[in-house]
Design a binder for this molecule. Structure first.
Ligand code: C2E
Ligand code: MG
Ligand code: MG
Length: 711
């Protein structure tokens, strides 16, 4: 309201003209204008027309007396009330009481002390002005409070609610009547009440605004949890209370429901830190966890390990079965990893954060507080085993394996990026060592990579220098116990390092493309050897040759098979080509046409290392191969390992269902042989029946068998 010193106007109502004159004179003395009214009716009319700032009203007037005028004026007013000073005949209490009852602001009694009346009028005017300003301020405050959604309350310094006004948008957690007159601790949960009380004191001490966030459970029954679902957190709402001192002993609190904001913050956090496909932490989140672990371990002088896992056949799943299956598989992998490390004895601290998907099919696991390196290897093996169990997705059963690299703090590196990089390098190393593997990064790995390079140079010369040779391992037909074939297994006699295993140099040969000439040499030598073993009148012997994926993709493959058979004279049905699942899965269309050409030649096709790659039987069916070789990793634990026994048995049954011959690899004991025979396995191969051996040993074996057969 404007406070400019305007001249006030005073309505003077008195039937006595002398009195009116004196009053006007008095008003002029203090700088006020007067308006006269001779009786009650005129007073009411002037009040309406002239809107005075104050009324001086004589009680005793003929007709309508002062009390009636006062009541009439009060009735006319809607908002502000104009001060009315009644002029009473004497000091008697009765008229004073009646004056106030009629709505008077003040009174003076006759005889009038004129100088004092002037000041009194001024004082009342000023007070009235202040009151109306207050009223406007109050109305503004109420309007502001009504416009903001917050709940507000007043509270005294001891924590008692003096006032509580529910905000119009607030979820009603408390009703007003619950709060007013009560102490904080009777309304809010103890911990929140305690915190709020601290803030109330701080606000009163400092006279600065303070705020606090808290979460309150929503009243009502907990939501039902459906079977197989994680129980959702109970419904609750987040609030923010801002406290401001309104006096030395009182605070005003504004409480806002910030649940929506919290939800969006949480969502943003999730987007920034969660892998959207699997819901587990992403690279960013993992790096932060790693950073924190690094700091903690450094301080506490502890070790930790970083595991880097990569699926061995993921690209193939994507390429052959489609991205939606790939996505589904990744989700299932994440879930399985969570379970695997959740129940881990090692990873006790918030396991969910110790797992992340970096992208693609790469996952990382942090193992804090490592005591021994073996513990990290144990986790890696547990993860590997977990991955090997078939994944039952909507329409496919998928087998995968994982390669895992491990780096250690502080041995391998002192910062997050190096540790992650080294774990990655170790993972590649694991893959090169035949996949389904776990390897530690160690400084010696770098040296190994160096020697890898040297090896490659050597391998290039191996063929020319005649350093490659073949060993043959017998394959026995179970029912007849006869040798029906041999698998050709290549060896490299390195001039300095001695004999090198194919598991070491075949991946290298694949990488460098040397596999094509080497493979061709193996094919030709094996055919030649097999031809030499055939004896007229004796059952024929087959030779099996391993084909690697690169070889299979080589466009000249069919031609080299044809010419090897032609040049050596070996009948095509005596040549078996072993392909791995991975080879078949790589590119379905090209695979089909190559297989078609090979079948047309009449060679015998089989799938090697079955169960270690990815494949569903159903998928393999369409390749129409003759035999399936169960990987030795399933056989090695038999007969004790009941799980592998069940898998082996199932594979045999399914393969027979598809009219395939089943060969068990890696048979090392009599008990394994007995069990496999019981399961109906058709053929066996393994140390128990014969090690990979040079041709002359094989020759003797065959001769013995013939001799046995003749006796
Ligand atoms: P593979 O084709 O699965 O061959 C079987 C492997 O198991 C051979 O290892 C063999 O010596 C081994 N083995 C046989 N019986 C037993 C047993 O009772 N117990 C155990 N523990 N192992 C047994 P090897 O000769 O070291 O060959 C390893 C792999 O290298 C082969 O696995 C094959 O994938 C590859 N390979 C070997 N020769 C060639 C080749 O000429 N060309 C290609 N592309 N790959 C080859
Ligand atoms: Mg093989
Ligand atoms: Mg094999």
């Amino acid at each position: 309201m404007a406070t400019s010193p305007k001249r006030g106007r005073v309505l003077v109502a008195d039937d006595d003209p002398t009195m009116r004159l004196l009053m006007l004179e008095m008003l002029a003395q203090v700088g006020l204008d007067g308006i006269e009214a001779e009786d009650g009716l005129q007073a009411v009319a002037s009040f309406q027309s002239a809107t005075p700032d104050l009324v001086l009203l004589d009680v005793d007037m003929p007709g309508m007396d002062g009390f009636s005028v006062c009541r009439a004026i009060r009735k006319l007013e809607t908002t502000a009330s104009v001060p009315i000073i009644m002029v009473t005949g004497g000091d008697e209490l009765e008229s004073v009481t009646r004056a106030y009852e009629a709505g008077a602001t003040d009174f003076v009694s006759k005889p009038i002390n004129w100088p004092i009346l002037g000041h009194r009028v001024l004082y009342v005017l000023r007070a009235s002005d202040a009151i109306s300003r207050l009223r406007i301020a109050d109305a503004q405050h109420r309007a502001v409070l009504a416009a903001i959604p917050d709940t507000f309350f007043r509270m005294n310094k001891d924590g008692y609610y003096l006032d509580y006004e529910q905000g119009h948008e607030a979820s009603s957690v408390f009703a007003t009547d619950i709060c007013v007159g009560r102490h904080l601790s009777q309304v809010l949960p103890a911990d929140i009440a305690g915190h709020m009380m601290e803030q109330v004191r701080a606000v009163l001490d400092t006279q600065h605004i303070r705020s606090l966030d808290y979460e309150l459970p929503l009243p009502g029954p907990a939501p039902r949890v459906r079977q197989g679902e994680h129980p959702a957190p109970p419904p609750s709402r987040h609030f923010e209370a801002r406290l401001v001192a309104t006096g030395p002993d009182e605070v005003l609190g504004l409480v806002r429901d910030i649940s929506e904001r919290k939800r969006s913050e949480e969502q943003i956090r999730r987007l920034a830190y969660c892998d959207s496909l699997t819901g587990i932490p992403n690279r960013q989140a993992f790096l932060e966890t790693l950073e924190a672990e690094l700091a903690r371990s450094r301080k506490a002088n502890k070790k930790f390990a970083v595991l880097f896992m990569d699926l061995d056949a993921f690209k193939r799943v994507n390429d052959t079965l489609g991205h939606h299956v790939g996505d589904e598989l990744l989700q299932a992998v994440a879930e399985r990893l969570c379970e695997t490390i959740r129940y881990g004895d090692l990873v006790s601290r918030s396991p969910a954060n110790n797992l992340a998907r970096l992208g693609g099919d790469e996952f990382t696991i942090l193992i804090p507080e490592l005591e021994r390196v073996e513990d990290a290897l144990n986790v890696a093996h547990r993860v590997k085993e977990a991955m090997r169990q078939p994944f039952d997705l909507l329409e496919h059963e998928i087998f995968v394996t994982a390669s895992i690299g491990i780096s250690l703090y502080p041995e391998d590196g002192e910062d997050c990026n190096s540790l992650l990089k080294y774990a990655d390098t170790a993972m590649y190393h694991a893959k090169n060592c035949g996949k389904n593997n776990a390897k530690l990064y160690s400084s010696s790995l770098t040296m190994q990579i160096m020697s890898h390079v040297k090896l490659e140079v050597g391998l290039r010369k191996a063929l020319q220098n005649d350093e490659l040779y073949l060993l043959y391992q017998p394959q026995i037909d179970v029912p007849s116990a006869r040798i029906v074939g041999f698998e050709a297994l290549v060896r490299w006699r390195h001039p300095e390092r001695g004999v090198i295993s194919p598991t070491e140099f075949i991946p290298l040969a694949e990488e460098t493309g040397l596999i094509v000439p080497i493979g061709e040499w193996v094919l030709r030598s094996a055919c030649q050897q097999a031809m030499a073993w055939q004896q007229p009148g004796k059952p024929p012997v087959r030779v099996a040759v391993n084909l690697s994926a690169k070889q299979f993709k080589d466009e000249n493959l069919t031609q080299s098979v044809i010419s090897a058979l032609h040049d050596t004279g070996l009948p095509p049905e005596l040549l078996e080509l072993e392909l791995t699942e991975g080879t078949l899965m790589d590119d379905a269309r090209a695979t089909m046409s190559t297989l078609e050409q090979l079948r047309a030649i009449g060679v015998y096709l089989s799938i090697d290392d079955f169960g270690t790659g990815y494949s569903s039987m159903n998928y393999l069916k369409r390749f129409d191969v003759r035999a399936l070789k169960i990987d030795k990793s399933f056989i090695s634990g038999l007969p004790l390992d009941s799980e592998n026994a069940a898998i082996t048995r199932a594979i045999i049954a399914m393969a027979h269902g598809l009219k395939m011959v089943v060969v068990a690899e890696g048979v090392e004991t009599d008990a394994q042989l007995v069990l496999l025979e019981q399961y109906g396995c058709d053929m066996v191969q393994g140390y128990y029946l014969g090690h990979p051996s040079p041709p002359d040993t094989i020759h003797r074996m065959l001769a013995n068998q013939c001799a046995l057969a003749m006796t």
